[in-house]
Write a protein that binds this ligand. Structure first.
Ligand code: ADP
Length: 184
């Protein structure tokens, strides 16, 4: 269990996985259903300019992690909790912030089509498909957090999948609140 989780009213959740697996889709629905605060890390990095320019080959922001963490600290350690972090990495966040890590997984041919549609090509496309096949984000989550709080969910595009995944996460949130004596 994360050291400070028993001082929060609601659990903090990370939704992670390779780009294109469905993080934003899940995070947005979960935020709507729970009323939790959605923290789209890409958006924050862009809006607050927590970056040192773009990697020209990968066409992605080079994130200033110190600035990002300083910005998130008061939000993530508030007594209210109930934050949903949406990002393609999870190992930079302190363990004490996090109560549940959702790692979304996607079949590589489905992911290929989603990323192609998003305009990814060349090295950026290949690296992301390889990362999904090699389950890089799942391993990163398991190395960075207690295995008990890491949950792997499929996001291959089956009918009703997003709804049922979000329902499962909501069930987990309710159990967390019961366990921590913060259920209404
Ligand atoms: N489980 C799913 N079922 C149907 N469509 C999905 C699913 N997951 C992702 N998608 C679609 O794939 C695309 C990428 O999803 P998105 O949530 O933006 O991924 P990420 O935030 O991980 O980059 C979107 O068009 C989204 O609608």
């Amino acid at each position: 269990m994360a050291p400070e989780s028993n001082t929060r009213k609601n659990p903090n959740i990370i939704i992670t996985g390779t780009p294109g697996v469905g993080k934003s889709t899940h995070a947005e629905l979960l935020a709507r259903e729970t009323g939790f605060k959605l923290l789209s890390v890409n958006q924050i990095v862009k809006d607050e300019e927590f970056h040192e320019g773009k990697d020209e080959v990968l066409k992605s922001w080079i994130v200033d992690e110190d600035k990002l963490l300083d910005y998130l600290e008061p939000i993530m350690s508030s007594s209210e909790g109930g934050n949903i972090l949406d990002w393609h990495a999870c190992d930079i966040f302190p363990e004490r912030w996090i109560d549940l890590v959702i790692v979304l997984r996607c079949e590589s041919s489905v992911l290929y089509d989603r990323l192609k549609q998003r305009g990814y090509e060349g090295q950026k496309l290949e690296e992301n498909i390889d990362a999904e096949i090699m389950q890089v984000l799942l391993d990163e989550a398991r190395e960075s957090y207690d295995e008990e709080i890491v949950v792997e969910l499929r996001s291959d595009g089956e009918v009703g999948e997003v709804d049922s995944n979000v329902e499962r996460i909501q069930g987990w949130v309710e159990n967390w609140k019961k366990d921590h004596g913060t259920a209404e």
